[in-house]
Design a protein around this ligand. Structure first.
Ligand SMILES: Nc1ncnc2c1ncn2[C@@H]1O[C@H](COP(=O)(O)OP(=O)(O)OP(=O)(O)O)[C@@H](O)[C@H]1O
Ligand SMILES: [Mg+2]
Length: 303
C-alpha cells in the first residue's frame, strides 16, 4: 500500500536521496577505463614506477577508495611521503596525475579555467581541475589549505554525488569522467583558525594518515633515495628521531624524511657527515643558538 504511487507524497529530499543512492551504486560498480590514455592527458602519465616503500595498508585502502572514486585527503607532516605516494598510486592505477600546488593567491579561475584573448578573439582554456574532470585524471591539490576558502568551494560539486564541475563563466557543466578522482594533501599541524578547511569541505573526503615511518623502514627509504649505506641511514634516522622529540619543546616541526635524504645525498657525494648534517638538518630548522647547539651535539653522538 505504502509504495502505491497513488498514495505516495512527493518528497524532494527523498527523491534526491534516492538519486544519490543510485548514482553511488553506479559509481561503485563502474570499472575504470582500460583504454590507453591519449591526447591531452598523455603528458600527465607517470611512466616509470616511482620508488614507494609501503608503510602500512595505505596502498590497498587507496585502491579501494579509487574503485568507488572517493575523494581522498592525505594528512601528514611535511616531507613524509604524501606526494610520492600519489605518484606511485597514479602509476599503479595507470591513471594520469595532474598536480596543482595551491597557494593563497590562487583563484577559482586558476583551477577551473578562463577566457584568454588571442589574435582570433577570445577562447576558453580549461584549468587543471577542468582538464582532469573532463578527460579523467587524478587531480592532486597539494597543500589545499593554502588556497582561500572561496577557491576551495569550487571542488564541492565534484566531491559529492553530483560529480560535476560548473564552468560558470563559460556556461557549461562538466560531468566528471568516470576515471576522475580528486586527492588533496593536508598538514594538520599548520592551520591557524583563519586557515583551515571548512567542515563542509573536510566531510567530502576519506582520509589517510601519513607520518614518518618507523626506524627500519625510514632508514631503508633514506638509504635507497640518497645512496648512503644502511648504517649511515640508520644514524641519520636516529638524529631525526632525536629532533622529532624536541617538537613542541623549542622546535616547531620535526626533521622530515626529506631532510634526512638531503643529508644522506651530501654524504654520498663525499661531504663529511658532520658538515652534511649541519647544512641539511640543523641549520634549516632552527635559528635559535641553544637549539642549534643541542642538535649539533646530537649529530656528534652518531657521526
Ligand atoms: N614511503 C616512502 N617511500 C619512498 N620514498 C619516501 C617515502 N616516504 C618519504 N619518501 C621520500 O621522502 C621525500 C619526501 O616525500 P614527499 O615529497 O612525498 O613528502 P610530502 O609528504 O609530499 O611533503 P610536503 O607536505 O612538504 O609536500 C620523497 O621525495 C621520497 O624520496
Ligand atoms: Mg608534497
Amino acid at each position: 500500500m505504502r509504495n502505491d504511487p497513488f498514495f505516495r507524497t512527493y518528497s524532494p529530499r527523498q527523491e534526491a536521496m534516492a538519486r544519490v543512492a543510485q548514482s553511488q551504486q553506479e559509481a561503485m560498480t563502474r570499472p575504470a577505463s582500460t583504454a590507453p590514455v591519449s591526447g591531452i592527458l598523455e603528458q600527465y602519465m607517470v611512466r616509470e614506477e616511482p620508488y614507494y616503500r609501503t608503510v602500512a595498508d595505505e596502498v590497498e585502502l587507496y585502491e579501494a577508495a579509487y574503485s568507488v572514486r572517493m575523494p581522498m585527503m592525505l594528512k601528514g607532516p611535511t616531507g613524509c611521503g604524501k606526494t610520492r605516494f600519489v605518484e606511485y598510486m597514479a602509476w599503479k592505477l595507470q591513471k594520469p596525475l595532474i598536480t596543482v600546488a595551491c597557494n593563497e593567491d590562487m583563484t577559482a579561475s586558476d583551477l577551473v579555467g578562463r577566457f584568454l584573448l588571442d589574435s582570433s578573439g577570445t577562447r576558453w582554456q580549461d584549468g587543471p581541475l577542468a582538464v582532469a574532470a573532463r578527460h579523467g585524471a587524478i587531480c592532486y591539490l597539494d597543500e589545499v589549505v593554502e588556497a582561500r576558502q572561496d577557491t576551495t568551494v569550487v571542488i564541492h560539486p565534484l566531491t559529492d554525488a553530483r560529480r560535476m564541475l560548473p564552468l560558470e563563466k563559460k556556461g557549461e557543466i562538466i560531468e566528471a569522467h568516470p576515471d576522475f578522482q580528486i586527492v588533496i594533501s593536508y598538514n594538520p599541524g599548520y592551520q591557524s583558525l583563519m586557515k583551515d578547511l571548512k567542515q563542509s569541505t573536510k566531510q567530502r573526503f576519506g582520509a589517510l594518515d601519513f607520518n614518518y615511518p618507523e626506524h627500519e623502514v625510514e632508514a631503508e627509504i633514506v638509504a635507497h633515495e640518497s645512496g648512503v649505506s644502511i648504517d649511515v641511514a640508520k644514524n641519520l634516522v636516529h638524529i631525526g628521531e632525536r629532533a622529532r622529540n624536541l617538537k613542541g619543546h623549542g622546535l616547531d616541526e620535526g626533521l622530515s624524511t626529506r631532510m634526512l635524504i638531503y643529508a644522506g645525498s651530501l654524504i654520498a657525494k663525499g661531504v663529511a657527515p658532520l658538515a652534511a648534517c649541519r647544512v641539511a638538518l640543523v641549520r634549516p630548522i632552527t635559528d635559535d643558538p641553544d637549539m642549534r647547539d643541542a642538535l649539533d651535539s646530537a649529530v656528534t653522538t652518531y657521526f
